[in-house]
Ligand binder design. Structure first.
Ligand code: NAP
Ligand code: ZN
Length: 349
């Protein structure tokens, strides 16, 4: 076993604090990564606090991981010591079912997707621990190549916030001629704005925070709507082809459904702990749909990272000392982050 250190919680009420633990030895198919940066996703907070049901503790959160490869197993073919590498939300899956074979490991039909933390390894008992730590050991099939040409701290959030917004925009072929509303300007929202604008869509930021208007436009949004102003909301009736909903808390789905044109699609990527409530006739009346999307598969994650390298796209971040993590969580909960916190893992030493 390999002695490791990180920040962990031991129950749902705990604050994150330093913790020493062990990781598995580097197997034949494994890659050992010295973590340089890890992004802070709202999903970390949901899981630390058991908001999606009981979590596994102790928990080391973190699934937006980038760093240097320091060791590779004997069978590893596509990576070498010294390469930059990334790890997102998954570290393994069955690799045999049709979804896994098609590279959609997040939808493993055998239910064997192994998440980067708050999950157990293939042996059914060893807990997985995430990226708020000095290193991680991951099967080669779940490691991504990272370009040397982008600032590495800004790349970290691409591993979750990036792929989670890139994937549904690609699936629905969102491009020039589409009107897209991005709901919520946080970690996912700011990447959704960047990608939707890069794909040529007309982008409107739908936000509860008036002070984010200028930033939204700098990120690529063409228009801004303050969703707490009923008059601005009314003006967007039957307006959008798509809404990408990144909101992390309970909100009014009916209000946004009314903004969709005939055949418009409301894409949920945010995961509020409460069940979704909506009024049926708002769907039927205009043949609107509501759908969801979970991260993206490994091949598509690599495609997204390559697209970002080609188009010079990274996340806008606030780099933090790991000792600041509990305050960072409080600020995320107040929608006060521009637009992703990233932990500088040097500060763990
Ligand atoms: P975040 O940085 O906290 O951003 C969420 C944004 O939603 C806030 O900045 C705020 O934007 C808006 N918001 C917050 N509370 C709201 C409320 N009550 N009503 C309306 N708007 C509200 O969070 P994130 O890291 O982007 O994650 C967003 C959600 O996506 C979380 O639930 C997370 O778990 C989920 N997630 C899902 C996937 C997936 O695979 N589907 C992957 C990663 C994360 P404004 O200030 O602009 O209103
Ligand atoms: Zn995430």
């Amino acid at each position: 076993m390999i002695p490791s250190k990180g920040y962990a919680v031991h129950n749902s009420k705990d604050l994150l604090a330093p913790w020493n633990f062990e990781r598995r030895d580097v197997g034949a198919n494994d890659i050992q990564i010295e973590i340089q940066y890890c992004g802070v996703c709202h999903s970390d907070i949901h899981q630390v606090r058991s908001e999606w049901g009981p979590s596994r503790y102790p928990m080391v959160p973190g699934h937006e991981i980038v760093g240097n490869i320091i060791k590779v197993g004997n069978n590893v073919k596509n990576f070498s010591v010294g390469d930059l590498a990334g790890v997102g939300c998954m570290v393994n899956s069955c690799m045999e079912c049709s979804n896994c074979k098609q590279g959609e490991q997040q939808y493993c039909e055998k239910g064997k997707t192994i998440w980067t933390y708050n999950s157990v390894e293939a042996d059914g008992k060893t807990p997985t621990y995430g990226g708020y730590s000095n290193q991680i050991i991951v099967d080669e099939n779940f490691v991504l190549h990272v370009s040397k040409n982008l600032p590495l701290d800004g790349v970290a959030p691409l591993l979750c916030a990036g792929i989670t917004t890139f994937s549904p925009l690609r699936k629905w072929k969102i491009s020039k001629g589409h009107r897209v509303g991005v709901l919520g300007l946080g970690g996912l929202g700011h990447m959704a704005v960047k990608f939707a604008a890069a794909f040529g869509a007309e982008v409107t930021m739908l936000s509860t925070s008036l002070h984010k208007e200028a930033d939204a436009k700098k990120l690529g949004a063409h228009y801004f709507c303050l969703t707490t102003d009923p008059q601005q909301v009314r003006q967007l009736k039957n307006h959008f082809d798509f809404i990408v909903d990144t909101v992390s808390a309970k909100h009014n789905y009916d209000m946004y459904l009314k903004m969709l044109r005939t055949n418009g699609v409301h894409i949920c990527v945010g995961i509020p702990p409460e069940p979704i409530q909506l009024t049926g006739p708002l769907l039927l009346g205009n043949s609107r749909s509501i759908t969801g999307s979970n991260i993206g598969g490994i091949p598509e994650t690599q495609e997204m990272l390559n697209f970002c390298a080609e188009h010079n796209i990274v996340s806008d971040i606030e780099l933090i000392n790991i000792a600041y993590i509990n305050e960072a969580y409080e600020r995320i909960l107040k929608s006060d982050v521009k637009y992703r916190f990233v932990i500088d893992m040097k500060t763990l030493k």
